[in-house]
Design a binder for this molecule. Structure first.
Ligand code: F6P
Length: 364
C-alpha cells in the first residue's frame, strides 16, 4: 500500500475533521503513505474531485466542526440520478469509482460515514475495492459499535439546551418541549433527558400514549411542580399515531403548519393541561460546532485504527468501539442496520426508576 484515499459521506458530525487528521498523520508519519482526499462524499469519487492531503492540510482542524473534505448524502453510485429525456432515472455508475481510483493509483480507501455511506462502502468492497469504514453519526444508531463519534457532542449540546430551558420553564411555570434529532433511535433524547433532568422522554423505541404524558404533568402540578420538561426524539411516535394525527387534522390541527412531533406534543399538552407550552427544535445545532474531548479522542482512535486495518490488509471491515477498546467488525454485518436503544437497557431502567415518563410500547 502506497497511496490511501479518504472521504467523508452522509450528514456531518463533530469529529469528522479529527478522523481526517488522524488518518493523514498516521498514514504519512507512521507508514510513509501519500493520502488523497475525495471531496463531497462519494460525489468526489464519481466526479473525480480530489485534494492531495499533506500534514500541513490538517493543521488546526482537530477542534473544528464540519469536514474539510465536504460531504453530502446524495451521490449513491449504485442509485445515481440521471436525466433521460424528460425523466429522471437511477443508474449504477459505480464503474466510474473504479476508474477514478485507478487513475489516482489509490490502493485503499477509508470511508468515514453513517449507515448509508457504510452500506455503499460494503458494496464497493464486495465488488473488489479495498475499503475500510469508520462509523459516524450523531444519532449513535449504528450497529456493532458501542459509540459513534459525534454523539457525545450532540448529547452535550442537547443537555446544555435542557439546562437553559429549565430556568425559563421554572420562571414561567411552563411546559418546555425540546425536540432533538434521532430518526430511528432515541439515544440523544434518552441520554440528554437523563443528563438534563427531563420529566418526560419520548423515543422511537417506545411508542407513547399522550394520556400518560398528560398524567405525568398533572401529577407534577399536584406536587407543586409548576413546570415540566419534555424531550422528544424527532422519530418518536404515538401508539395509534395515525389516529391521533387524523383526529387533529379534522380539528384543523395541521401538522405541516405546526412542524414536527415536538409541536404536535406541545399543542396536545397545552390543550389537555391548560398550561402554556413552548417548543424548541434543536435541529442542526446538534451537528455543528467543536467536538467534545471525548469525540476528539474517539475520532482520533478511529482514524489511527482505520489506517492500521488498511496496513494489515483487513479490508471490508469497520473500526468500532467495544467497551473501552477499538476493534473492528465486518462491514457486511453493520452496513444499513440500525441500533436502537435496547428495551432492557439499564439506561431505560434508570430513567423509569427516576419516575421519568417514557412510552410503554403496549396498548393500554
Ligand atoms: O442521521 C443524522 C441526522 O442528523 C438525523 O438525526 C436527522 O434526521 C438527519 O440527519 C437530518 O438530515 P439532513 O441534514 O439531511 O436534514
Amino acid at each position: 500500500i502506497k497511496r490511501l484515499g479518504v472521504l467523508t459521506g452522509g450528514g456531518d458530525a463533530p469529529g469528522l475533521n479529527a478522523v481526517i487528521r488522524a488518518v493523514v498523520k498516521t498514514a504519512i508519519r507512521e507508514y510513509d503513505l501519500s493520502v488523497l482526499g475525495f471531496l463531497n462524499g462519494f460525489g468526489g469519487l464519481i466526479k473525480n474531485q480530489t485534494r492531495e492531503m499533506t500534514e500541513q492540510d490538517v493543521v488546526g482542524i482537530l477542534p473544528r466542526g464540519g469536514t474539510i473534505l465536504g460531504t453530502t448524502n446524495r451521490d449513491n453510485p449504485f442509485h445515481y440520478p440521471v436525466v433521460k429525456g424528460k425523466e429522471k432515472v437511477y443508474v449504477d455508475i459505480s464503474d466510474r469509482i473504479f476508474e477514478n481510483v485507478s487513475i489516482h493509483q489509490v490502493d485503499a480507501l477509508v470511508v468515514i460515514g453513517g449507515d448509508g455511506s457504510l452500506a455503499i462502502a460494503k458494496e464497493l468492497y464486495e465488488r473488489g475495492l479495498p475499503v475500510v469504514g469508520v462509523p459516524k453519526t450523531i444519532d449513535n444508531d449504528l450497529m456493532d459499535t458501542d459509540q459513534t463519534f459525534g454523539f457525545d457532542t450532540a448529547l452535550t449540546t442537547a443537555t446544555e439546551a435542557l439546562d437553559k430551558l429549565h430556568t425559563t420553564a421554572e420562571s414561567h411555570h411552563r411546559i418546555m418541549v425540546l425536540e432533538v434529532m434521532g430518526r430511528y433511535a432515541g439515544w440523544i433524547a434518552l441520554e440528554a433527558g437523563l443528563a438534563g433532568g427531563a420529566d418526560v422522554i419520548l423515543i422511537p423505541e417506545l411508542p407513547y400514549r399522550i394520556e400518560q404524558v398528560i398524567g405525568k404533568i398533572n401529577q407534577r402540578e399536584q406536587q407543586g411542580k409548576k413546570f415540566s420538561i419534555v424531550v422528544v426524539a424527532e422519530g418518536a411516535k404515538p401508539l395509534n399515531g395515525e389516529q391521533v394525527v387524523q383526529k387533529r387534522v379534522e380539528d384543523s390541527f395541521d401538522p405541516v403548519r405546526l412542524g414536527g412531533i415536538g409541536q404536535v406534543v406541545a399543542r396536545q399538552l397545552e390543550e389537555a393541561t391548560g398550561k402554556e407550552a413552548r417548543v424548541t427544535v434543536l435541529g442542526h445545532l446538534q451537528r455543528g460546532g467543536s467536538p467534545t474531548a471525548f469525540d476528539r479522542i474517539l475520532a482520533t482512535r478511529y482514524g489511527t485504527g482505520a489506517v492500521k486495518l488498511v496496513m494489515e490488509g483487513r479490508f471490508g471491515e469497520m473500526v468500532c468501539l467495544h467497551g473501552t477498546e477499538i476493534t473492528s467488525v465486518p462491514l457486511a454485518e453493520t452496513g444499513g442496520r440500525t441500533r436502537q436503544v435496547p428495551l432492557d437497557s439499564d439506561l431505560l431502567h434508570s430513567a423509569r426508576k427516576l419516575g421519568i415518563c417514557l412510552g410503554d410500547n403496549k396498548e393500554g
